[in-house]
Design a protein around this ligand. Structure first.
Ligand SMILES: NC(=O)c1ccc[n+]([C@@H]2O[C@H](COP(=O)([O-])OP(=O)(O)OC[C@H]3O[C@@H](n4cnc5c(N)ncnc54)[C@H](O)[C@@H]3O)[C@@H](O)[C@H]2O)c1
Length: 342
């Protein structure tokens, strides 16, 4: 079988996570690296020893090289432009999150993917985590019964510099999409509505709001709450968030670092008013290919085998809708229904 010919656009910091995986695939050929800053592309070409062209204009690279696949690792406001151009030129697209910078742009990409019968698949590396799969297995195996509510906390101190410092909604658009997507993944439920309050801490170094609290109603009347900040000054959580899942027979928990566990009431507990005796069972999480490697390999395998990837635009747009609904809610101070924006 002939190799998939790939043009890779955007050679900044996250591209290392892609190149280290792409380098190991024998069924692909990287035909060009593209970056508006030629030095960035040249630096990665030398670092990974790629034998490929270097361009500064992605349209020129696509027109001249006619690749099968375009990978987009550029900044969010470019994503819909590169995706739609690639689709119009008969290419499948593998893009870094977020799918797009607005819901209108995301819907445009989804429509064009359908029209051209091509794939757009989005990087959601934080659903490819062994211990998140462990947490999901507690829910799937009904160890604690049916879900009532899910609660994620995300508190880190992040000084990236660069485009994030100037964005309007850095935490929600750049980071929370991971946590929202994880919530959909572990529950298997889609969002119904959201109310969000965005804010900036007094010492924030971000122009836009870098903290937020969101309440989602999910399918089956399940509540998902998210509390997050990129400007925490201590008591940091993992970047995968800290998770609590309250169910009708017990509760599951993952601190974001160690193996997840669940607790159910001890049968010997006599205090019905204020019980405190619970039995804890810790899960041994499955071994999986994690993070970018897990997602990129599924993306490429799905193109080769013609099987839809789990982060295909048709599904991933629901995680993005949670992001865009949150921003709309924060701006309007109103509850937003996801069906009204998708
Ligand atoms: N999945 C993750 O965990 C994760 C982590 C970090 C970043 N990201 C995402 O990856 C993307 C890039 O983030 P980054 O941290 O690498 O940013 P970055 O600023 O380090 O890199 C972006 C690169 O794109 C190039 N670029 C910008 N516009 C371009 C254009 N029109 N044509 C060609 N090249 C262009 C820039 O010159 C730069 O080299 C963002 O969408 C971000 O959300 C994802």
């Amino acid at each position: 079988m002939s190799k998939l010919r790939i043009v890779h656009v955007g050679c900044g910091s996250i591209s290392d996570s892609w190149f280290s995986v792409l380098k190991g695939r024998k069924d692909i050929e990287l035909v060009a690296l593209v970056d508006i800053d030629r030095d960035n592309a040249n630096e990665k070409k030398a670092k990974y020893g790629f034998q490929c062209e270097v361009y500064t204009d992605y349209q020129l690279a696509i027109n001249e090289l006619k690749p099968d696949v375009v990978i987009d690792n550029t900044i969010p406001k470019m994503h819909h432009l590169i995706s739609t151009y690639a689709l119009d030129n008969n290419c499948d697209v593998l893009t870094e999150k977020p799918l797009a910078d607005t819901i209108e742009h995301a819907l445009l990409v989804k429509k064009k993917a359908k029209e051209t019968k091509k794939n757009v698949i989005v990087m959601q590396n934080r659903r490819y985590l062994s211990k998140l799969h462990g947490l999901k297995s507690i829910i799937d195996n009904q160890n604690v019964g049916d879900i009532d509510s899910v609660h994620a906390s995300f508190f880190t101190e992040a000084h990236f510099g660069g485009f994030r410092d100037r964005m309007s909604n850095p935490l929600i658009l750049e980071m929370a999409v991971h946590t929202f997507d994880q919530a959909r993944y572990i529950t298997g439920l889609d969002p119904v509505s959201v109310y969000c309050n965005e804010y900036n801490s007094s010492t924030s170094w971000y122009d836009g709001n870098a903290s937020a609290s969101c309440i989602f109603e999910m399918e089956n009347n399940v509540i998902f709450t998210y509390n997050g900040s990129w400007t925490a000054k201590g008591n940091l959580t993992s970047w995968e968030s800290e998770w609590r899942v309250n169910c009708n027979k017990g509760a599951a928990y993952w601190d974001g670092f160690n193996e997840p566990w669940y607790e159910i009431i001890d049968e010997s507990e006599k205090n019905e008013a204020f019980p405190t005796k619970y039995n804890r069972s810790t899960i041994e999480s499955p071994t999986i290919m994690e993070e970018h490697a897990g997602c990129i390999n599924e993306m490429i395998d799905s193109l080769i085998n013609g099987k839809k990837a789990q982060t295909d635009v048709s599904d991933n747009i629901k995680s993005l809708a949670m992001v865009m609904g949150s921003i709309m809610s924060a701006e309007s101070h109103k509850k937003i229904y996801i069906k009204d924006i998708l």
